[in-house]
Design a protein around this ligand. Sequence first.
Ligand code: ZN
Length: 56
Amino acid sequence: MTDKIEKEIIDDEKFNDLDDICDECKRKEQSVSHNIILTGFKVCESCRISKTIFPI
Ligand SMILES: [Zn+2]
């Protein structure tokens, strides 16, 4: 029963990781994919800086 749900979650994450859209401001930035690797946050460079200064 849970197999289908888990597969959908994995597919969703895979799609999100590849689209380079910042989770914070929803802009497409090349730095988003770099920041996933560096910080684990799917954010662009300007949002990464604001997250660093004001961590939620
Ligand atoms: Zn951003």
